[in-house]
Design a binder for this molecule. Sequence first.
Ligand code: ZN
Length: 113
Amino acid sequence: MASEDLQKMVDMLRRGATLLSKACPACSSPLFKVDGKIWCPTCEKQVIVMREGEPPPPELSSLLLSSLANAIYDKLREVEARIRKARETDDLQESLRLAVGLLEVLERIKRLT
Ligand SMILES: [Zn+2]
């Protein structure tokens, strides 16, 4: 551990942070709790710790789901172009199968949000 990292930890403790028994998943430094947030002094960022079987924090899951939905919309646009261009029945069938799969994911995202 670099001495400046140690210094950062000491500073955090001085500011009233609590030392946790968990380690940062990225750099394995000890984590601190400050203002209800878990913070890694080495990465200098907030760490979201998930315990097994515990649902992810709501802000994380809605962010993830909306970003997933955006990715699906992008793919749907690609599939739409493929459907328009399809000349062979096989091509068309494959593209339609893809579209149905993507729409199903969107439907599930909608049910979760
Ligand atoms: Zn870290």
